[in-house]
Design a protein around this ligand. Sequence first.
Ligand SMILES: [Zn+2]
Length: 162
Amino acid sequence: MAFRMKSTKSHPTPSLAAVVFDSESLLHESGLRATRAAQTVLELLEHTSQPLTHEEVAAAYTTATGELPDRVTIYRVFDRLVEAGLCDRRVGADRVNRFSRHVEAASGNTFECDQCHKVLALPSDPELPKVMGRLGRALRKQGIDTRHTALTLHGTCGDCAR
Ligand SMILES: [Zn+2]
């Protein structure tokens, strides 16, 4: 499946075409159209270890394809990728939106590096859901309805600490 032949026209740049990451299938399986912009953005996110801002993606897009991407198109692509669960949008501690490939954190609990804004899933801890549930009940008593709980630990990742 991963080694399916790809049409050459959807991969104009040799650097992206050489990579075995089937963005086209992934988009189709998620019910999205595999437009060139969607494929390119998804591939850029797949091959970066750090979450990227709109500006960084636009710059990487130009480097990869030699084209200036349409800003609105990129925004729409991000919306669709986030909606389909293929990528995550996070507002960093600096209030800037960053995008990354979806982090599989069953609990929704993550670690964010304050230097490079890399996001990692927290190791699972059986106590955590209990604590979150307890906090939710405590808030409900104050008339606060929590729909979603996610814990984010902040700090410096191993790469940035070096
Ligand atoms: Zn870092």
